[in-house]
Design a protein around this ligand. Structure first.
Ligand code: GDP
Length: 434
């Protein structure tokens, strides 16, 4: 039995989709434990590119089980759409997609609140995707959430009563605070969600039981994180974070599996850094040729949002912090080939604050304070030749090897694999993870 958590070590978009897809071959169950349809995984195989926002990409492998754990918030409309997309592409989901009966639903009013809040905030906006994920998590923590198990016929009456009082409060806010004329009627909301529930019913079950039984039977389980560690609601660059626990600990709470069950934590790390939306990004390059190279060669455009990603140098301090927060056992470096044309490369080894003090971790006040820190760089020669598609460490240019070794040293974690292109084949394996 092996249980592995896959987690992004930066601000998301590290290329987790490809690595998860790659490792799924040896996995029996792939489990998502947090986030919603704000994640975007791009998977390339058989010459086609597929984008998934909710369903674990393990669904592309016949015979594997894809699980949406209790920690995920689910927009039933988005899930039904994704199931349709998969069916249209010849991917069978029956019996292979499992959805936690404890997962919270993203309701239509969550989406309305998300959009209204973001539009009112103007310059202070967080840069959310407007899909209702934050408001759904707020209601979950506030004990006003709606879960799939609430829709069982015998629970509907109770749900209707709860929803009535929830909507009374929401409607007051919508009307008097947001001056919105879009109010929500309990019967309409309930009927809409119940109809979606009926369609999703075949997929809904106790997924904690399912995953734990699989582990007991000696099967391999992979927990797939969405977004990245620096977006974790507790440990990220608050308040510029997502609303869930993206770090490896979230795999336990978000799937109903105890910490003693987790054997390995693999941190997916891009060879440089990107960030989508607002928030601190110490090593960001703005308007420089390097930013343009990384953006263009790395196709750094959000899979979910279509937004251009901010790009910059590798941040060794942030990744070391992620290694600590996640208890990382392995590093997977992605998109090395994107840097192939650079003559020289920088890596951030410390920060300096406005008073000139050296900092060796990402300050917790960075997101909310408006204060700035500047990166302290170590300059290294670029390898200035192609690493694209290399599959053996021996074939890697010496300077590229030196670069990845330095990244591993800064993170304090050994490398398990290096990705040298978007497709499954373009990978160097240094260690067998299962
Ligand atoms: P995720 O959410 O972490 O999976 O990140 P994305 O969906 O944004 O994936 C990153 C993008 O980079 C996708 O288009 C992948 O196909 C692509 N990609 C992944 N690994 C590599 C790599 O090693 N090299 C290159 N050039 N592209 C990659």
């Amino acid at each position: 039995m092996s249980s592995i958590v896959i987690v992004g070590t930066q601000w998301g978009d590290e290329g987790k989709g490809k690595i998860v897809d790659l490792l799924t071959g040896k996995t029996d169950l792939v489990v998502r434990y947090q986030g919603g349809n704000n994640a975007g995984h791009t998977v390339v195989f058989g010459g086609n590119t597929y984008v998934l926002h909710l369903v674990p990409s393990g669904i592309f492998h016949p015979g594997k089980t894809a699980v949406l754990g209790n920690g995920v918030v689910i927009d039933p409309a988005a899930l039904l759409e994704e199931i349709g997309y998969l069916k249209d592409h010849g991917v069978s989901v029956e019996g292979r997609l499992k959805v936690s009966d404890q997962a919270h639903l993203i309701m239509p009013y969550h989406k309305a609140f998300d959009k209204l809040r973001e539009s009112l905030k103007g310059a202070g906006k967080i840069g959310t995707t407007g899909r209702g994920i934050g408001p759904a998590y707020e209601d979950k923590a506030g004990r006003s959430g709606v879960r799939f198990c609430d829709f069982l016929p015998e629970n509907r009456k109770g749900l209707g009563e709860r929803l009535k009082s929830i909507l009374e409060e929401k409607n007051v806010l919508l009307k008097s605070h947001f001056h919105s004329d879009q109010l929500f009627d309990v019967d309409t909301v309930l009927a809409g969600a119940a109809a979606q529930y009926e369609k999703l019913k075949p997929f809904i079950c106790d997924t904690s039981l399912l995953v734990n039984e699989a582990l007991e039977q000696g099967r391999n389980v992979m927990f797939e994180g969405a977004q990245g560690t620096l977006l974790d609601v507790d440990h990220g660059t608050y308040p510029y974070v997502t609303s869930s626990s993206t770090a490896a600990g979230g795999a336990c709470t978000g799937s109903g599996v105890g910490p003693t069950r987790i054997q390995k934590v693999v941190g997916i790390t891009k060879a440089y850094t990107t960030r989508v939306g607002e928030g601190p990004f110490p090593t960001e390059e703005t308007g420089t040729p390097v930013a343009e190279t990384l953006q263009k060669r790395g196709h750094e455009v959000g899979a979910t949002t279509g937004r251009i990603r901010r790009c910059g140098w590798f941040d060794g301090v942030a990744v070391r912090q992620a290694a600590r927060l996640n208890g990382m056992t392995h590093l997977a470096i992605t998109k090395l080939d994107v840097m192939d044309t650079l003559d020289s490369v920088n890596v951030c080894v410390a920060y300096q604050d406005e008073q000139g003090n050296r900092l060796h971790s990402l300050p917790h006040w960075l997101g909310g304070s408006g204060r700035k820190i500047t990166p302290v760089y170590e300059e290294m020669p670029g390898w200035a030749c192609s690493t694209r598609g290399i599959t053996r460490l021996e074939d890697m240019p010496k300077l590229a090897r030196r670069y990845v070794d330095r990244l591993s040293e800064l993170a304090g974690v050994p490398i398990a694999l290096i990705s040298t292109g978007p497709s499954r084949e373009e990978t160097i394996f240094l260690e067998d993870l299962f």
